[in-house]
Design a protein around this ligand. Structure first.
Ligand code: MTE
Length: 334
C-alpha cells in the first residue's frame, strides 16, 4: 500500500498511488454515466434522481473510507476520518431559501425544480457561455473527493463529494487580464423557494472568491455526494465546495458565474460585515465576534460525552492553500 497518511489525518496522494476499490453499489454507476458524457444517459439518469435518492444508505465508516474512494488527482482531497452519515448530511442543512431551521431544507426543498437548468458564465471572459447542466457534466471527468466542511456556526461534517475542479471550467472560458474575482449567483425563485419573502438575507444568495482561490484545484464544482446526484437540500443540481473556507462560501444551486475586477458584495457580508468577511478562511485563531472558532462539533458525534474537536487552520488544507495568503494579515482579512 503506497498511501501515506500524515499527522493531520489527511492523506496527500497522487492519483497513481491510490488503488481503487470498486465496491460501491449500483447507484454509483449514475455518476459514472454522467462522467462518460453520453447525453441520453445523462438525461435519463438525471430524471431518475428522485427514485435513487430514496434508496440512500451509503455508509463507509472507518479508516477504509479514503481507500475505497477511488482516485483523486488532487493532493489533500481525501481524509481518513469517518464519513458523516448520509442521513445527517442530508437533513441538517443551511439553505435559507427554504427556511432557517436546519431541518427546513430537507422538508421544503422538494419544490426546487432542477431540470432544465442552465449556468451562465459572463463578465470579464473571452468566451462567455450558457451551459446546460448536461454540458457541465460532460465538460470534465468527475471524481470523488472526501472533504471536511466546517460551518461558521461551529459544526463540521466529512462528505464524499462528486465533481471536478472549478478551474476546468474557468480555463475553458478564458478570463481576461483584468478579471480578479469570481462571483457566484444562486437561484432566487419565489415560486419554488418559500423563504425568499424573508428579509434575513438579500436575495439572490451571492458568494465570491478571488480568481486564484477559484483556480485552486481544491475548489470543487459539485454535482453529487455519496455517489449520487445532490439532493435538492444540498444545492442541486450544481454547487460549489470550497473546503478550506467556512461553509457559507460554498454557494448552492448556482445559476451564474461572473468574472469581475472588483470584489463582489456577498450575501453574508452585506448582512453583517463585522461577522462574515469576504475571505472567511477557517481559522481557529480568529474568533467570530460572538463566539470562539477554536473548536468544532462533528455532526454525528453528539453524545453526552462527545468531545469537541480542535479546528484546524484552513480546515486542515494549509499545505494546499496557505500560499494563497502569504503576507496577508488574516486577522484583518478574516
Ligand atoms: N447557498 C445558498 N444558496 N443558500 C444558503 O443559505 N448556506 C450556506 C452554504 N450555501 C447557503 C448556501 C451555509 S451557511 C452552509 S454552512 C453550507 O451551504 C451548508 O451546506 P450543506 O447543507 O451541504 O452542509
Amino acid at each position: 500500500m503506497l498511501i501515506k497518511s500524515s499527522d493531520d489525518g489527511f492523506i496527500h496522494p497522487f492519483s497513481s498511488e491510490i488503488t481503487a476499490r470498486a465496491t460501491y453499489e449500483g447507484r454509483r454507476d449514475m455518476l459514472r454515466l454522467m462522467a462518460c458524457g453520453a447525453a441520453g444517459a445523462v438525461l435519463a439518469t438525471w430524471a431518475a434522481r428522485d427514485a435513487l435518492a430514496q434508496t440512500a444508505t451509503y455508509q463507509r465508516p472507518g479508516k477504509l473510507a479514503a481507500l475505497a474512494a477511488g482516485k483523486s488527482g488532487v493532493a489533500g482531497a481525501m481524509t481518513m476520518e469517518k464519513l458523516t452519515d448520509y442521513k445527517d448530511a442530508s437533513t441538517y442543512n443551511n439553505f435559507y431559501e427554504f427556511g432557517t431551521d436546519k431541518a427546513d431544507p430537507a422538508k421544503n426543498a422538494h419544490t426546487l425544480k432542477t431540470t432544465p437548468w442552465t449556468v451562465e458564465v459572463e463578465g470579464l471572459v473571452r468566451k462567455p457561455a450558457k451551459y446546460t447542466i448536461e454540458d457541465l457534466l460532460k465538460l470534465s471527468a468527475q471524481e470523488e473527493r472526501i472533504y471536511r466542511l466546517r460551518c461558521v456556526e461551529g459544526w463540521s461534517m466529512v462528505i464524499p463529494w462528486v465533481g471536478y475542479s472549478l478551474s476546468e471550467l474557468i480555463k475553458r472560458v478564458e478570463p481576461l487580464g483584468n478579471a480578479k474575482f469570481v462571483e457566484f449567483v444562486t437561484l432566487a425563485d419565489p415560486k419554488t423557494m418559500p423563504f425568499l419573502g424573508s428579509r434575513v438575507l438579500e436575495w439572490p444568495y451571492v458568494e465570491g472568491l478571488r480568481l486564484d482561490e477559484a483556480m485552486n484545484p481544491l475548489t470543487l464544482l459539485t454535482f453529487g455526494m455519496y455517489g449520487e446526484v445532490l439532493p435538492n437540500q444540498s444545492g442541486a443540481p450544481v454547487r460549489l465546495v470550497v473546503p478550506w473556507k467556512y461553509g457559507f462560501k460554498s454557494a448552492k444551486s448556482l445559476v451564474k458565474i461572473r468574472f469581475t475586477e472588483k470584489e463582489p458584495p456577498t450575501a453574508w457580508n452585506k448582512a453583517a460585515a463585522q461577522e462574515y468577511g469576504f475571505y472567511s478562511n477557517v481559522n481557529p485563531n480568529v474568533d467570530h465576534p460572538r463566539w470562539s472558532q477554536a473548536t468544532e462539533r462533528r455532526i454525528g458525534e453528539d453524545g453526552l460525552f462527545a468531545k469537541k474537536r480542535k479546528t484546524l487552520l484552513f480546515n486542515g488544507y494549509e499545505a494546499q492553500v496557505g500560499q494563497l495568503y502569504a503576507g496577508m494579515d488574516l486577522k484583518k482579512n478574516f
